[in-house]
Design a binder for this molecule. Structure first.
Ligand SMILES: [Ca+2]
Length: 281
């Protein structure tokens, strides 16, 4: 970038705005070719055939790459309609061992509108739908049982509003716990950037929506203070998709994910170079 600036300055008719424009062009071009810092993997789904899932993942339910919506390029991961249950892809083993106890993740997601509503149970006047987009299973550092940590999840109310949560589901006998925002969100078919950060060393969790942290979900317990956080030393699985635990009205949720990335540092928004699981790039 500096080299270009000097050369522009030596031109017969130097233009300062031109120099700036050239410097910015070179700078942004260089940035686009440089992988985001310490990205373990990133997936834009562009190289995955329609109907399939990226190499390195296993799938549950009706999920596959689709070309009917995209944040980057022409493709994304589509979670097809289902009244309830899991439509997700799951990563296990070596990539997660490499990740260790701290990671940042981010993805873009959107929801087909009109979004379904909770099915109101008999004898009740309202219902809820708890849905998970990102979760991981691990051994609890507190009691060594198998927990499910929902890192991106929502609870939809009958009035159409929903809250974001940090939610940990222990096995039978222990109560789920976490943190929740107020129900002040509504599903959108605009691409929404969600980022999460977990850190075993400080027993911390953070969540960011379109670049802004939701402080209601922030957990900072401190080293060795596992109660109320239980951030594991390593994840055994990490899953991305859509799982709703209560039935949804109509055909159920149809959702998409694009530009999924996980790394050791905050990745932020935007499109970054594709780095599939196991590519070693
Ligand atoms: Ca894409």
């Amino acid at each position: 970038m500096f080299f270009v600036l000097i050369n522009v300055a030596r031109m017969k008719t130097p233009s300062f705005p031109l120099a700036i424009a050239l410097a910015l062009a070179v700078s942004s071009g260089a940035f686009a070719q440089t992988p985001a810092p310490k990205v373990l993997f990133s997936e834009d789904f562009e190289n995955v055939p329609v109907g399939e899932i990226p190499t390195g993942f296993t799938k549950t339910g009706a999920i596959g790459v689709s070309d009917d919506a995209a944040h980057s390029g022409h493709k994304s991961l589509k979670m097809a309609a289902a009244i309830k249950g899991a439509r997700k892809i799951t990563l296990k083993g070596e990539p997660l061992a490499a990740l260790g106890g701290e990671h940042w993740g981010r993805l873009y997601f959107k929801v087909k509108l009109p979004a379904p509503s909770p099915v109101i149970p008999a004898g009740k006047t309202s219902g809820i739908i708890h849905s998970t987009i990102v979760d991981g299973t691990a051994t609890s550092p507190l009691v060594n049982d198998k927990i499910d940590l929902r890192l991106l999840n929502t609870v939809l109310r009958s009035d159409g509003s929903f809250s974001y949560l940090f939610n940990v589901q222990p096995p039978n006998g222990r109560k789920e716990f976490g943190a929740s925002t107020k129900a002040r969100f509504h599903y959108t078919d605009e691409w929404t950037l969600a980022e999460w950060h977990v850190d075993n060393a400080t027993q911390s969790f953070q969540f960011f929506l379109n670049g802004e942290e939701l402080p209601e979900l922030a957990i900072h317990k401190g080293a060795g203070q596992f109660e109320g956080a239980e951030i594991p030393a390593v994840f055994e699985t990490l899953s991305f998709g859509f799982t709703n635990y209560q039935p949804a009205s109509d055909e159920g949720f149809v959702t998409w994910i694009d530009d999924l990335a996980v790394g050791k540092e905050r990745i932020g928004g935007g499109v970054i170079p594709n780095k599939p699981v196991g590519s070693g790039k």
